[in-house]
Design a protein around this ligand. Structure first.
Ligand code: APR
Ligand code: PHB
Length: 404
């Protein structure tokens, strides 16, 4: 058994863990990352791709925004297609100039991994039997990697290990409360090297179900269609996918849609999930370990980023000023933002998807709501200010310094 000491042990090397590592490094705070999968696996996972301005700002502060600046596509509006008609929601005009950036989460992960490698920071990949211990008192992490058994003694553990991780599961049941909603459908997603059907994202509400036209670049598109949970990806040929997508689009988009072979195809279930609290003594949960949103509002990565903004700020404050204020407020501050993003993602999901169980009355009410939202500046503003990201108070991380 090899014993190590560090200040912060980060469990999980997804966007949350990597971003926390990068911000701690910039502040000169020693840490390690323990990840159960291989680096290749982590860098190749396909996920969503919309960044709020506050997430872009945080990546800039972390010094990992070079590719993002070059290749990210700023978007100042989105389209909503309903009843065969497209409406543009002018995000920027409704939110005093704010916009979102289209940049794949896979790219964010790769940029962070590259920065980490360049800085020579410690990550244990392919770690088995990761366990966390004594996190109310003297935290420790044990695991096996590359044939060696490790014990890491640390001041804090950051549980950034996603929905299926070990950190949340290690908290005793009487100290934690979870809230959950599982939706009765999934998203079948296709990635293809074809130019996007439009310059902006199109969220589609149709009688055949929801669809989304998104993109990764000017030559790579990401499309989704709502499918029953009982569907299997093997049963969807590329041709069938394109056919069904076309059936949900308006005639103009149908005409313009360029199809091609998929380079990735998968079905993701939709879920809303929140854990309260997000701190247990010296263990903090962040990102998907603490909460899940359905992808309709594009909030998953952005919520992970805001958790990390609060957590990094709290840890930096603790190590530079000896103050525990940020640590004590971590859970409450995160959860305020989390629940608002949960509400927005749930609302977008309800409004735009077809629910098998909904009555004709429910359906009509939803159509009326959508019509109201799109026909009213107040309605559109509600959508726009949530979509671009609600503001959050965070002390500027200008006390970050480059570690030599
Ligand atoms: N030990 C170590 N690592 C683990 C363990 C474990 N027991 N369990 C899971 N992990 C790793 C996973 O392999 C994964 O690499 O933790 C990482 C968690 O990463 P993500 O699932 O990407 O979660 P997070 O970093 O919070 O990212 C949030 O990702 O899923 C999207 O919608 C989500 O956009 C959001 C973002
Ligand atoms: C994506 O591009 O993958 C994407 C975009 C917007 C969403 C969800 C996913 O709401």
């Amino acid at each position: 058994m090899q014993t190590m000491k560090t200040k912060v042990a980060i469990i999980g090397s997804g966007p949350a863990g990597l971003l926390l590592g990068q911000l701690l490094y910039k502040a000169g705070i020693e840490h390690v990352i323990v990840e159960q999968r291989s680096a290749d696996y982590v860098a190749s996972r396909i996920r969503a791709g919309i960044l709020e301005q506050v997430s872009v700002d945080l990546l800039e502060q972390a010094g990992v925004d070079q590719n993002l600046k070059e290749k990210g596509l700023p978007h100042s509006g989105i389209e909503i297609l309903t009843n065969g008609q497209k409406f543009r929601v002018d995000l920027s005009a409704l939110t005093q100039g704010k916009q979102v950036t289209v940049y794949g989460q896979t790219e964010v992960t790769k940029d962070l991994m590259q920065a980490r490698e360049q800085a020579g920071l410690c990550s244990f990949y392919e770690s088995n039997d990761v366990q966390i211990h004594d996190f109310y008192n003297a935290p420790k992490v044990t695991f096996e990697s590359n044939g060696t058994h490790y014990q890491i003694e640390c001041d804090f553990i950051a549980g950034c290990d996603g929905y299926h991780g070990v950190c949340r599961a290690s908290v005793s049941q009487d100290k934690i409360k979870t809230f959950e909603k599982v939706y009765p459908f999934g998203w079948l997603g296709v990635l293809a090297d074809v130019p996007p059907v439009a310059d902006e994202l199109i969220y589609v509400q149709s009688e055949r179900g929801f669809a989304l036209c998104s993109m990764r670049s000017e030559t790579r598109s990401r499309y989704y269609i709502q499918v029953p949970l009982t569907d299997h990806v093997e049963n969807w040929s590329d041709d069938q996918f394109w056919e069904e997508l076309k059936n949900r689009l308006d005639p103009e988009s149908r005409e313009k849609l360029v199809t091609g072979p998929s380079i990735e195809k998968s079905i993701a279930p939709l879920r809303s999930f929140v854990t309260e609290p997000m701190r247990f003594g010296k263990l903090f949960l962040a990102g998907d370990a603490a909460h899940i949103v359905p992808p309709t509002g594009a909030k998953g990565l952005n919520l992970a980023a805001s958790d990390i903004a609060y957590l990094s700020s709290a840890l930096i404050e603790f190590y530079t000023q000896g103050s525990e204020q940020g640590i004590d407020q971590y859970s409450e501050k995160c959860l305020q933002r989390v629940w608002k993003a949960e509400r927005f993602s749930w609302w977008m999901t309800h409004l735009l998807h077809r629910f098998e169980t909904e009555s004709e009355f429910d359906h009509k009410i939803k159509q009326a709501e959508l019509s109201y939202i799109l026909g009213s500046t107040a309605g559109q503003t509600t959508l726009a200010e949530n979509y671009v990201g609600l503001p959050y108070e965070i002390k500027p991380l200008d006390h970050l310094k480059h570690a030599s």
